[in-house]
Design a binder for this molecule. Structure first.
Ligand code: GUN
Ligand code: FE
Length: 423
């Protein structure tokens, strides 16, 4: 048991910001058990760590990113999705056949996620089983929690970067699934068929069967770009839409699916996403960089669709969730200007929710300091830039616009204070 004292700020629900000035946050067995103004007698023996005037916020959850694109951040932003994949992305991911290259890059990535306080993430690896197992082991050593999946892709890529057959793709996936036995429970498996254009019908069918057989989570891409959507229509002419092109292979798992982007959705697709609680990974930085469009996040949330925030590096240009939160806010304002609808605007606390509890819900009860939630927290020292008296909501707002990794002084995951990774 431990107790942190400070200024507690969190968003237990979309649109509800709660603050507790100079309160105690009580942890027991890795879970949040209480927030108290005066510490109860029953907790009096617990170790109290007094963080003074600092903020205590939930740690961040990055619901969508591509680990083997890490070395490309900031490069190749001159093309839209499909030519961008061929020219910049597939050649970079192909390099991860070399395990030494993978180790070097993945150690820096794990370090950066730690540094920026994204202690939970949902990650696409490359198509290589060996490099994926290396990635899992590095994240495990760093003390991070993540869903990590080897990408499946057996068509429409470059010659150097494609799987030979659906059978090979599934066999390599099974090799990776076996390796989870050697990792801590913080590292979780997730099937990762890249998207319909790079996955044959046979492969999608096998992925769907494997998901059912082993009760696995699944992550993929949906409705990101207009040319991509037209291509999916050609590749799957019998399906009623992009989501159906997955659904007809049984590869949507209720509560356990992440659909990155989901910008141009059909009405019936939105109904299915809400009914089956399919998570949307909102990736505003990526969507602006690749000129994809802007997702109507607020409308999706209002329909009951779970939404988290994703950096989607390297189409997105920053691992910092402060940056991604700002991008979510700014993208929504541009959308509202062009759509003429102010109800599309995402406020700072709403975007903060997406980066904490929104994506955190994919991991279960995480991302907010509610009873029984995983005790995942960041300690924030905002005294470096804060020059005047502010309320706690104002301090959160200013943190989003002015904060960076230097303001994060401590990190807790499942009740444990994380040390800087030792790579
Ligand atoms: N769709 C399929 N693959 C990718 C990818 O790597 N990045 C993005 N942004 N979209 C994709
Ligand atoms: Fe992506």
């Amino acid at each position: 048991m431990k107790v942190l004292k400070g200024n507690i700020v969190h968003t237990p629900e979309f649109g509800r910001l709660e603050t507790f000035e100079n309160h105690y946050l009580v942890e027991q067995e890795g879970k949040v058990v209480a927030i108290e103004k005066e510490l109860s007698e029953k907790y009096k023996d617990a170790e109290v760590i007094d963080y003074g005037d600092k903020l205590i916020i939930p740690s961040f959850v990055d619901i969508h990113l591509h680990a083997p694109q890490f070395g490309n951040i900031g490069l190749g932003m001159d093309l839209p999705l499909l030519p961008w994949l061929k020219k910049y992305t597939f050649p970079e991911e192909a390099k991860y056949e070399d395990k030494a290259y993978a180790k070097k890059m993945y150690e820096v990535l794990a370090n950066d996620l730690y540094r920026f306080g994204s202690l939970r993430s949902c990650v696409f690896s490359s198509l290589h089983a060996e490099a994926t197992i290396e990635l899992m082991s590095i994240f495990d050593k760093a003390g991070l929690s993540a869903y990590i999946g080897k990408v499946n892709m057996d068509r429409n890529s470059t010659e150097e970067y494609v799987e030979e057959s659906p059978e090979q793709s599934i066999n390599d996936t099974l090799t990776v699934l076996d390796a989870y036995q050697n990792m801590s429970d913080r590292i979780k498996p997730i099937l990762s068929p890249r998207f319909i254009p790079t996955c044959s019908d046979e492969l999608m069918k096998k992925v769907g069967e494997l998901a059912k057989e082993r009760d696995l989570a699944i992550q993929t891409h949906l409705n990101e770009n207009r040319d991509e959507i037209e291509w999916v229509k050609e590749l799957a002419p019998e399906s009623t839409g992009y989501l159906n092109a997955y659904d007809r292979h049984g590869s949507l798992v209720p509560n356990k699916t992440i659909l990155a982007h989901s910008i141009y959705n059909l009405d019936e697709e939105l109904d299915i996403m809400a009914d089956q609680k399919l998570f949307v990974g909102h990736c505003p930085s990526s969507n602006i960089n690749l000129m994809s469009g802007v997702a109507k996040v607020k409308q999706m949330v209002k329909r009951g669709i779970p939404v988290g925030l994703g950096s989607d590096i390297a189409a997105g240009d920053s691992l910092s969730m402060f940056d991604n939160i700002k991008d979510a806010i700014k993208a929504s304002k541009l959308l509202s200007i062009y759509a003429g609808d102010e109800s599309d605007i995402v406020t700072f606390d709403e975007a903060f929710f997406l980066a904490t509890r929104g994506g955190g819900a994919f991991f279960g009860n995480t991302g907010a300091f509610v009873a029984e939630a995983s005790f995942d927290a960041l300690i924030i020292d905002d005294s470096t830039y804060r020059m005047n008296e502010l309320t706690l909501p104002e301090r959160l707002e200013m943190l989003i616009y002015r904060g960076d990794d230097r303001n994060i002084v401590d990190r807790y995951l499942e009740g444990n204070r994380l040390e800087t990774p030792n790579f």
